[in-house]
Design a protein around this ligand. Sequence first.
Ligand SMILES: [Zn+2]
Length: 417
Amino acid sequence: MSAEALRAGARRHNTPATNGDRLWNDIVATARFGSTDKGGVTRLTLTEEDRGVRDWFVAECQALGCVVEIDGIGNIFATYPGEDMSLPAIAVGSHLDTQPQGGRFDGILGVLAGVEVLRTLSESSTRLRHKLTVVNWTNEEGSRFSPAMMGSGVFAGALSLEAAHALADREGTTVNAALDAIGYRGEAKFDPATFAAYIELHIEQGPLLEASATEIGVVTGVQGVRWFDITISGTEAHAGSTPMAQRDDALVAAAEIVLAVRDIARQNPPGVGTVGFVEVGPNSRNVVPGSVRLQIDMRHPSETGLDQMQAALEDAVRNAGVGTKLKHIWSKAPVVFDPAIVEAVRHSAEALGFSATDVVSGAGHDAAHIATITPTAMIFVPSKDGLSHNEAEYTSPEECARGAEVLFQAILELDRR
Ligand SMILES: [Zn+2]
């Protein structure tokens, strides 16, 4: 459906509608902050490029009648007044920072769709009952300062402001100094009950929507992650003089574990399992490998699924031999979004006549942190060839327009509740 048809449909229903052409103009206008020769964007968090796009965002929102507030980690909150100022705000947003040689859509689409909703409300002199806040979360990407999703993490209380301020990049510049350098260390303070709901529109960053020709992904949650390190100790031996029956080959044992990880994921759909790192010692053509290190990443939308995958991995490691050790080094619990907010997104997509399907996010998002304190959901739109964190990242004007309109209609539905 074209942006024009969208507007015509909305006119029939006598409600304002977002303007896909105007949203696309904003996507083009903001891609100049950190633009690369190959049509991508390099806009690392808290750099001059980030300051440029933040200044643009603040100026646009102020011109639309928003009050703009900035908190201690540099999150930006642009709030459009509602009829009942005593009600908590409905919030939407995402992030303006990118990866090095990133794309024009990852993150910023969710912020610009919020701006487009503000433009739509302002142009039609529409007031919602609730205030509407459009948020830019600081440092979602985590490529300059680790961890990722820092601003939303501080907001949700997963990370203290002091600890975040002290983190440094490779040059030794702290988050605190970088915030001051671009003038975005604010003083605003919010309590966890600030928002009635949070919805984040984002590109899918994967191939599923495009492959199934589905227009909208109704995101029901974010899958959980568990990381394991495995060390396998065999016996280094001469590749020519050691008979096959008398070998204790660490790499052969590792190969069995690699295949087991694949099979475990296949047996626990929609789980995924990856061995992305292998280190072989001594790594020499004519020596039977004496040691191997493997790094394993396993993901599943449910805690039970993760438990089953981990138990199966422990079995596989036990069967691989005595010198094999497994260490569970890190995990992130699955996030299940609020059913009522998810339902508002699903209903909005259906009412607009878009094809929609429930999906679980494979990647982390700010919404995962916000979900711990606010009823939250996400909307996905397709990514061409599933590409993201890539200069070739692309989502068409029509796809962006659909996402923004689903966002707007979901906001209207939540506002009526
Ligand atoms: Zn993102």
